[in-house]
Design a protein around this ligand. Structure first.
Ligand code: NAG
Ligand code: NAG
Ligand code: NAG
Length: 403
């Protein structure tokens, strides 16, 4: 029930005890071998504080599911007493260590022995839990209806950090965490629903195993309903989770289309009063879905990809005042143009892609002279040119007069 925060504070709280352990070891070493200057201690490079301490609330990557999980993530807990000792040494004041060591040396062998036993007992009680144990604690809290909303919220924040390494995400499913999180999607508090969706998205990201479990538990339909929530923050996290669930997952995508996911995307993309963050996520997902279609050539292309209104709403986003949204729309257009069944003439006559590309070219030219925007402008211009080339080549094929 103490949760991660308390455990984190505990690390700092045990520091004085750890110093005692260190100096007792030093004293022991000197007793055994008077000539040794380093005592019986194994000095090793102290780990970076950032490896061991809690990260701040993680950023959700802005591009939905583009970030790869870090497989080398350090396990949050200390696996051994040795690890704790090494950590403590790295965080101790050398002067203080020396001073305490001198005090300890005045102890008689039997006093020292007694002290060691006491410390050993204390250390066992305070042993740092592993990530898996921390997740279990957070899940127990989340699953305990007699705890307060605040406790539930804290448990979710802890899970958000804990599920990031891929192994932890896999463990979460083994601990039965997905059931609990999916149940929380129905919580009366919008914030609880929002963070639960976020955790599910994070755990599913680039993780086919978790994706499969979450899909089998039927969470996609619920998350898609949440995208239509009146709370924009909830909507954004729900769409993030939907994207993470169906990315590179053909089964998930079929379910998504069966639940009218195409209409959901079109409603977001064509509504100019909708929050721009939601539009960015939606257009990024479109680019991703088209890309997945390109990689699965055997799969029949969906009519949705060549729907005029849908395509026009994406081309129209290139006129946005937000440069990031413009760029994301350009990527989506590129992938859509490369599909077999999209028609170049539709892009030209019904979507006004020629004009849109020319408008972007002029705008990027202006941006190029601004130091601050130069890199962005250069990258986007090269993307824009690529889109133009694909477009004109596709157009050339249909415009060619038969001989
Ligand atoms: C739920 O929390 C209450 C209050 O802290 C605690 O007494 C109880 O043991 C917990 N229940 C479970 C099943 O962990
Ligand atoms: C959550 O609590 C229910 C009983 O209230 C229990 O059946 C279930 O196993 C618990 N789940 C987890 C992950 O602890
Ligand atoms: C467009 O979005 C706004 C804000 O979310 C919403 O109130 C409105 O109903 C939407 N319009 C349509 C036609 O869906």
């Amino acid at each position: 029930m103490m949760g991660w925060k308390a455990a984190g504070l505990g690390v700092l709280g045990v520091l004085p005890v750890l110093i005692m352990v260190i100096v007792i070891n030093v004293a022991e070493g000197e007793r055994l071998n008077k000539t040794s200057s380093s005592g019986g201690l194994f000095w090793s490079t102290a780990k970076e504080e950032s490896d061991l301490m809690l990260k701040a609330e993680p950023d959700e990557d802005s591009s939905a599911a583009s970030v790869v999980n870090d497989h080398d993530e350090v396990d949050g807990g200390f696996s051994s007493l040795d690890g704790m000792l090494q950590w403590a040494i790295g965080h101790s004041d050398p002067e203080k260590l020396k001073e305490t060591a001198q005090d300890v040396q005045r102890l008689s062998p039997s006093e020292l022995k007694k002290r060691q036993m006491e410390i050993k007992e204390l250390m066992e009680k305070m042993k740092m839990p592993s990530d898996s144990q921390l997740m279990q604690i957070a899940l127990d809290d989340l699953n305990n209806s007699s705890l307060s909303l605040e406790d539930h919220h804290r448990a979710l924040q802890e899970l958000l950090i804990l599920v990031e390494p891929i192994d932890n995400a896999n463990d979460l499913t083994k601990l039965g965490g997905l059931h609990v999180l999916i149940r929380e999607l129905n919580h009366p508090d919008s914030d609880i629903r929002r963070v639960s969706a976020w955790v599910l998205g994070k755990a599913s990201q680039n993780n086919a195993f978790v994706q499969k479990q979450v899909l089998e538990l039927g969470a996609l339909t619920k998350l898609m309903k949440m995208v239509k929530s009146t709370s924009i923050e909830e909507s954004i996290k729900a769409l993030y989770a939907v994207s993470a669930l169906i990315r590179n997952n053909v089964g998930g995508q079929e379910l998504f289309y069966a639940e009218a996911g195409d209409k959901m995307l079109q409603d977001i993309l064509s509504n100019s009063s909708i929050d721009i963050r939601l539009q960015k996520k939606a257009v990024f997902l479109v680019a991703d879905l088209a890309e997945c279609q390109l990689e699965n050539v055997g799969r029949a292309e969906l009519p949705f990809f060549r729907n005029h209104f849908f395509l026009k709403s994406i081309v129209d986003l290139t006129a946005s005042t937000d440069l990031d949204l413009q760029e994301k729309a350009l990527v989506a257009i590129k992938n859509l143009l490369r599909l077999k069944t999209t028609e170049a003439l539709v892009f030209k006559d019904l979507c006004g892609l020629d004009d849109a590309l020319e408008r972007m070219r002029l705008q990027l030219q202006d941006l190029l002279v601004e130091e601050y925007h130069r890199d962005f402008a250069m990258d986007t211009e090269s993307l824009r040119r690529e889109v133009e080339l694909i477009f004109h080549s596709k157009l050339g094929k249909v415009m060619r007069v038969p001989t």
